[in-house]
Ligand binder design. Structure first.
Ligand SMILES: [Fe+2]
Length: 286
């Protein structure tokens, strides 16, 4: 039998999945799909909207539209990643069948090992992050259930509870889900005093609950990590509720945050899901 790539402790999974960060182990360090020539090929062949890269010496609180470019091509960025001062993400890498098979294999292993609390995995998506020594990923949030598998180099991740409304205002969540421009969030230095800080070395992976605010600092070497993500019925439902609340707030109302009233949540969800379906049927823009 083939050895599993991932090692997930079912008790830790049951205690913390989608609530707090926790580590898993993996053996992707020597995998040929993460060697630079293969990643250069991937950067060249992925459609351009799925290749994003910029200078890596960013501040934690970078705002939309401020991110500086490097002037290099995507392929050149991968080739020169050790010295070009860059941050890069190759998105939806499952479009390449070899990476798609690896993503499926890793997520299937999580589903097998994680125990009965693993939700049905919807919209499986894989992302590969490459960053130069010392690069920073600014403060932001993501909509997926995520396991970030560190393949090469090291990182330190600062993360907060998604229910901490001082660090992540309700309005920011609504804007993120309803009027997405950029993942970056408003930053204040005082936030750092309450961060959960987790190191990541090769062979380790870190679980990110859905929509937890976080920022990442690279260690002194090139970093390569593989982010294996999926959505669930719960994450999709929360997304609809935040979108609904954004619309209600636009109408001058003060909406009840998701999770405070089961009845209101289910009424809102049913109404907005039906409205979205109707708009889809009628071909009306958002
Ligand atoms: Fe992220």
């Amino acid at each position: 039998m083939t050895e599993p790539i991932l090692q997930v402790d079912p008790e830790t999974f049951a205690a913390y999945f989608d609530r707090k960060p926790f580590h898993v182990r993996h053996t992707l360090g020597s995998h040929p799909l993460f060697e630079l020539p293969r990643l250069m090929e991937l950067a060249r062949t992925l459609p351009s909207p799925f290749v994003e890269y910029n200078a890596g010496n960013l501040s934690i609180g970078m705002r939309p539209g401020e991110t500086p470019r490097t002037g290099l091509s995507a392929e050149e960025t991968v080739r020169r990643i050790s010295e070009c001062g860059s941050w890069m993400v190759l998105k939806r890498v499952e479009q390449d069948p070899a990476y798609g098979a690896l993503l499926d294999r890793c997520l299937d292993e999580i589903a097998r090992q994680g125990g009965p609390l693993v939700p049905k995995m919807l919209r499986r998506e894989g992302f590969i992050f490459l960053s130069s020594p010392g690069a920073t990923t600014p403060f932001h949030l993501d909509p997926e259930h995520n396991f970030l598998l560190q393949v090469r180099g090291s990182k330190t991740v600062s993360m907060w509870d998604r229910d901490d409304r001082f660090v992540l205002a309700e309005k920011e969540l609504e804007t993120f889900y309803s009027a997405f421009v950029d993942r970056n969030l408003p930053w204040r230095d005082v936030f750092q005093t309450t961060a959960w800080s987790a190191g990541l070395s090769p062979g380790q992976g870190l679980h990110f609950p859905v929509a937890v605010p976080h920022w990442v600092k690279n260690g002194p070497e090139v970093s390569i990590s593989f982010s294996i993500t999926f959505r669930s019925e719960d994450s999709e439902r929360r997304a609809v509720l935040f979108k609904a609340n954004a619309k209600l707030r636009k109408l001058g109302l003060t909406p009840t945050p998701p999770g405070e009233s089961v009845l209101l949540d289910s009424t809102k969800h049913a109404a907005f899901a039906a409205l979205a379906r109707l708009r889809g049927l009628l071909g009306v823009g958002k």
